[in-house]
Design a protein around this ligand. Structure first.
Ligand code: SIN
Length: 433
């Protein structure tokens, strides 16, 4: 079957939904997702979204991001992220997102390597709040459709220009021809034995880029979060214990009850300190302790974590939480410019699948949702301006177009083979397919 749309967006996390919301109402837009719409990583995000407190904070926020990223960041992208942060937070509030406030002001929280409190949040379920408000706003749009359980297996290319995607929906294969295509396929966590990510996120956008020699960068920059709830299962999603617990005072302690690291150092340093401590200890985990705080405060501030830990038999108001590092985020991805354009014409990438260079070698906490918002909106604004110049190929062109024979090569394997070339730190953590 063939379909024709103006814009095809692959993925329904923050980047996919927000780019759809920022496209012109006169465009025919189709969003697809390989699972159910809410099974994205955005809906799992806990800590919050970084935002400059005001213009005076720009320089410090840029410096914090560069320092966490080991100065491997693209400075222009970091400045764009920071300078446009306030505007984007205001826009998602206009779309209905709510962030915790006190006396009419945001209750900014702190996370590792931020010099000041600059993270807006909705308790410990910020991602869910953002996702639900964007989805609700999108449902009012008559020009947008969403297909669930629809997997992109390849893109359609003509003369090195992207003209849409080949998808599998149920048993059916559909060629979706589009003027513009946005990859918002998310990260790679499903390729790792232990990850905070949904298992379905297996680097599909990166696979397509590698297959067609679309530029990628920093693929070996993979972030491990220091504090996932420890359990002894492998090859499954791990529950995140948000860095904002540490931002609000929680302490990391070893089996002898001693602190061993400053909890608010950049994420890579804390994760390494936890690994080192586990090596020295008889246990494959350390503890995170917030139980010394007021019980009412803990339950009200971290209701999601409180509930999940209780289900696992841990009352965080009384007990320490066993935690261990797991794969969490991919800084690398499909290389894009400041408008999220990839190296292939009419193909965009935004959110975790992309590499804007904003995060350098190590992402600063709570900069991921912000990046998804800032750069997906830029992609949409660019598309809105350039759309008049693009004509959908006419049907005669399409009929003669070559559709790639190897589309059924499993994308997952393309990506995993790429990661297998990397250092042991990454290779040993991969699922053995
Ligand atoms: C967290 O809540 O610890 C995760 C936030 C992030 O990944 O930036």
């Amino acid at each position: 079957m063939d379909m024709f749309v103006d814009v095809l967006i692959v993925g329904t996390g923050a980047a996919g939904l927000y780019s759809a919301l920022n496209l012109s109402d006169n465009l025919n837009i189709l969003l697809i997702t390989k699972d159910l719409v809410d099974k994205c990583n955005t809906s799992l995000a806990q800590g919050g979204i970084s935002v400059a407190r005001d213009k005076k904070d720009y320089e410090l926020f840029v410096q914090d991001t560069l320092k966490a990223g080991k100065f491997k960041n693209c400075v222009a992208a970091v400045k764009t992220l920071v300078y446009e942060s306030i505007d984007n937070i205001n826009e998602v509030i206009d779309f209905g997102a709510k962030f915790d406030k006190e006396d009419g002001n945001f209750k900014y929280t702190k996370e590792g390597a931020h010099s000041i409190n600059r993270i807006v949040h909705n308790k410990d379920e910020t991602g869910k709040e953002l996702f639900l408000s964007l989805l609700k706003a999108l449902k009012n749009k008559k020009n947008v459709r969403i297909f669930e359980k629809t997997t992109l297996i390849d893109i359609i290319i003509n003369n090195n220009i992207c003209c849409g995607g080949i998808v599998i929906k149920g048993e059916e294969r559909i060629n979706i021809y589009s003027k513009e295509t946005i990859l918002a396929t998310g990260g790679i966590g499903g390729l790792f034995k232990n990850s905070t990510s949904r298992r379905s996120l297996t680097g599909d956008g990166i696979a397509i880029a590698l297959r067609h020699k679309i530029k990628t960068s920093d693929l070996d920059y993979v972030q491990f979060h220091p504090t996932a709830l420890y359990d002894n299962k492998v090859n499954c999603e791990k529950f995140l214990i948000s860095e904002s617990l540490r931002g609000e005072g929680a302490k990391l302690i070893n089996e002898n009850g001693k602190r061993f690291v400053n909890e608010l150092l950049p994420r890579d340093i804390v994760a390494r300190a936890v690994y080192d401590e586990e090596e020295k200890s008889s246990k494959p985990y350390v503890y995170l302790d917030i139980s010394f705080k007021n019980k009412k405060y803990i339950i009200n501030r971290f209701p999601g974590i409180y509930k999940k830990c209780l289900e696992s038999g841990i009352d965080i108001t009384k007990q320490k939480i066993p935690v261990t590092p797991v794969q969490h985020y991919h800084m690398g991805g499909v290389a894009v410019d400041l408008n999220s354009c990839t190296s292939m014409e009419n193909l965009f990438a935004c959110g975790e699948v992309s590499c804007t260079g904003v995060h350098g070698a190590n992402r600063l906490a709570s900069n991921s949702l912000l990046e998804a918002l800032v750069f997906s909106r830029r992609a949409s604004k660019f598309i809105n301006k350039s759309m008049d110049k693009i004509t959908l190929l006419n049907y005669e062109d399409i009929k003669g177009m070559k559709v790639f024979k190897n589309h059924n090569v499993i994308n997952k394997n393309i990506v995993i083979n790429e990661f297998k070339k990397m250092g042991d730190g990454i290779r040993n953590e991969l699922v053995n397919y």
